[in-house]
Design a protein around this ligand. Structure first.
Ligand code: ATP
Ligand code: MG
Length: 254
């Protein structure tokens, strides 16, 4: 598997408070990496640092993505990667979409931000992805405003929108935690089919070990910013090294 993303000894702080320590991991193209850990352990911070979002300060280390050193890129170079090579799925998908715009208009806007494209071509790209993800009634979705769709459907649309510019990496921060268990399973299946159909790699932040178990290749367990377990998901979950991971597994898998 070709390497896609690599963290080398990353240390991150906010102001003077350090939140991630000596973080190292790597993932290949099309790999699904699960990140689990206690609330406040630094999961969202890790994702923000990949996107180069303001806030967290990388004190030392390297982040390599598609052989580029992300920390050395200019704001403009980073902007061209964000939403294009790397995109994000949030916990509340409302963030993806503008409430005053139809999904179709949002589609056109997010595609033309990265390349010259006609509205028809943009909408067709979206229809194709909606169909590949088995979203019901794709044409109605394009004409709908976000408030006309259910929360679960908005989240599914959010995942489809994250695919518009054919990224090689999707960052999903708790994409299922606001949803009922049935829709959560649907979302997980959709993420799986992204990998199958488009070979998209995914970092999935989740509190739900069951979900992590069902979808991830590798798992990284963080506790208060430190890596306690990392490796093949089946191995980590069947023979965890740390007591924290053992407790996490016991509390959710029983
Ligand atoms: N913008 C910020 N400024 C200062 N400190 C922050 C900021 N964002 C997060 N933190 C702190 O950094 C630490 C890690 O936060 P982060 O949001 O990455 O945790 P998390 O693992 O995503 O938690 P959760 O599971 O609750 O979403 C926490 O102690 C948090 O309070
Ligand atoms: Mg978080």
């Amino acid at each position: 598997m070709k390497e896609l993303l690599k963290f080398e000894d990353i240390n991150i702080s906010y102001d003077k408070k350090q939140v991630l320590y000596d973080l190292s991991f790597s993932m290949g193209e099309g790999e699904i990496l699960g990140i689990v850990g206690n609330s406040g352990c630094g999961k969202s911070t890790l994702l923000k640092s990949i996107l180069g979002l303001s806030g967290p300060k990388v004190l030392s280390g390297k982040i390599l993505f598609e052989n580029k050193d992300l920390l050395s890129l200019s704001t403009n170079e980073m902007r061209s990667i964000r939403g294009c090579r790397i995109s994000m799925v949030f916990q509340e998908s409302g963030i993806h979409t503008n409430p005053l715009k139809t999904i179709g208009d949002t589609v056109f806007e997010s595609m033309k931000a990265h390349k010259q494209i006609s509205k028809d071509d943009a909408l067709n790209t979206a229809l194709n992805i909606f169909e590949n993800l088995s979203l019901p009634d794709p044409k109605r979705i394009l004409n709908a405003y976000p408030f006309e769709l259910s929360g679960g459907m908005n989240q599914r649309v959010g995942i489809a929108l994250a695919m518009l510019n054919n990224p090689s990496l999707i960052l999903a921060d708790e994409p299922t935690s606001a949803l009922d268990p049935i829709v959560a399973v649907q979302i997980v299946n959709e993420l799986k089919s992204l990998r199958e159909k488009y070979n998209t790699a995914i970092i999935l932040v989740t509190h739900n070990i069951k979900i992590a178990k069902s979808i991830t290749d590798n798992i990284l367990v963080l506790n208060n910013g430190k890596t306690l377990d990392y490796g093949n998901a089946k191995e980590v979950l069947s023979s965890p090294k740390s007591d924290f991971t053992k407790e996490l597994i016991l509390s959710t898998l029983g």
